[in-house]
Design a protein around this ligand. Sequence first.
Ligand SMILES: [Zn+2]
Ligand SMILES: [Zn+2]
Length: 239
Amino acid sequence: MPPNISIIFKDALQSLLNSVYPVKCGGCGKSGGALCNDCIDSFQRIDENTSCPICGRGMGIRSVCGECIKDERGFIEGRYGFFYEKNLREAIHAFKFHGRKDVGRALTNLLSEKIKGLSSTVDLIIPIPVTEKRLKERGFNPSFIISQVISEIIKKPVLPTVLIKGKETLDQSRLDREERLRNIKGAFSVKDGERIKGKRVLIVDDLFTTGATAREASYTLKKRGIDRLYFFALARAMT
Ligand SMILES: [Zn+2]
Ligand SMILES: [Zn+2]
């Protein structure tokens, strides 16, 4: 089955299942919708006024953190949704590993006020890609789903085929810092680079931990002359 047909089939199957079984909250499993109000209230949002403008680390004030001064991230500014913990972590798991695209969309829509501010800053949106193999297994790329919602909010196009992931990598969350850098090195390449020449690009990912993936993607795009890079992640590790 060609991949797009299988994605359509999975979507149809999902909506059929949703009509038979009531939708459960991605955070706590309670019936009634993609995210229940208790979970939404419990999610810790990252406040731009009290965090590092590049990596989102909590600082008490808006100020570039020591790590971002010492070690260039590759992008000039970052926007982060929630701290990755408790029910938010469950919701992201439901989204990424259990096909709950509705949960991913709902989470991103909760951030619409934060996202709106990007409309005057960026020209186009590039999701952090997954490999062909992973796309076939999972049926979708979580970063692409987030990018679609951002695109609806800021009315800027998503370019999902410019940044390509050719190398399968190990799950970054299971590795230490050095291993993460090694694991992701050389994982990305650019196709049709002329489409992004001179543009201000927003790179989108579901989760930011050490920043190794965001950095590798940024430097891959920078090699093609893209300097105005911004980054968005739905969630960020606490540390
Ligand atoms: Zn809930
Ligand atoms: Zn920082």
